[in-house]
Design a protein around this ligand. Sequence first.
Ligand code: PLP
Length: 459
Amino acid sequence: MTRTESLRVLPSVDEVLRCAATNQMLDACPRQQVTRWIREAIDTCRTTLLSGTPMDADAAMQFVLHRVRERSRAELGESLQHVINATGILLHTNLGRSPLAAAAMDKIQHAAAYTNVELNLDTGKRSQRGERVTRLLCELTGSEAAVVVNNCAAATMLVLQALSFQKEVVISRGQLVEIGGGFRLPDVFAAAGVKLREIGTTNRTYLADYEAALSEETGAIIRVHRSNFQQVGFVTEPTIRELVSITRSRHVPVIDDIGSGCIHDLSAFGLREATVKESVTAGADVILFSGDKLFGGPQCGIILGGTEWIRKIRQSPMMRAVRVDKLTLAALEATTEIHLSGQAADEIPFLRMVSRDAASIRSQCQTVANGLSTTSLDISVVPCESQVGGGSIPGSSLRSFGLRISGEGIERLSHRLRTGRPAVIGRLSDDCLILDLRTVAEHETETLAAQLNAAAQST
Ligand SMILES: *Cc1c(COP(=O)(O)O)cnc(C)c1O
């Protein structure tokens, strides 16, 4: 048999599409994609046959199906779906940071159809997008005005560009940071078209350094909160109040990038983080923070400030490029209403998770352990530490409890949990899997036990 003759065993695209295995895939992945995977797998099979590897028709079909299945698995691993977060990291950037409050989810659902995003239903007149939510944000923080954009990174770019284009922005060397994912402040300055005027040293920058840097060229002073690392020891830098005191006589704004956006005092839980209100009270001209960190809302960048500054920011041509969509506004409006209602501790998932006491988490662990029908897992309830995460409040942790699962095949079990529906994500450390239940909602407890049973059984 010549090599060309050996190609007769190759299945056709239609034959592969008719297989039961392919049909299952078609429930989850679009037909066009599956068809392309099949074509590519047949091509690979052809190359393999031509290289002299013998196969019968059945083996060729299995060869193709195996490759297509691998492609669909990898694809579905990225298909967005509900995940049970058992990592104990409250704001897990890879898991979408803050989970939304029920009321925020509800409001998104309603806004998903037509919604009055730029229409006042009472007057019948056009309104400014996000007008109500900015009023609520001012009510909550004491700020004069506000504007909302896609995220805090967009807020930083927009504010620098709108207020200080081609001018110098003064920043302490101790704050010239990488925020994450390669987002480095010097690059942001360059992209926004402002000049970096770095002052002081890594550990100490004085008010006098700022005063000396102020000139006709100054466009702003920016303070960037160290959200994802700590500086301890021989360190000093001026407060916002002090910075404002030296800029008052000039028309130069003090921009406070606080990043994490803490609304309520969290010191009762051992978490020390300045609140948004403190920055407003200290007199910062413009304040920036993320909506999906400690605020507990959707991804967005919230900009607070004096009426004049906010007007100038709104007028920037960049504003249109970073404006938020109706779904974000819906979730943010609902979340802000909760903060104002006095119900935040109960209704904002992030705050609920922060305030959970270790004993209740331990009993939740026990419930899951008791619900296991399998004896094939080596499982115990152990103390562990939860992290806030999401580049917020570094170096702080919360006492928690988790399920520690060990034994052979722990990586396989972890994979099975991850690829289950819903997915369960834990923390692999050394030879065991830790499921920290601080981040698992009460209503997910039963499902978690069921997923553990299912994953253990197929081991
Ligand atoms: C998190 C953070 C940002 C980036 O916020 P995104 O909403 O992720 O864009 C910017 N600055 C500081 C200080 C932060 O902590």
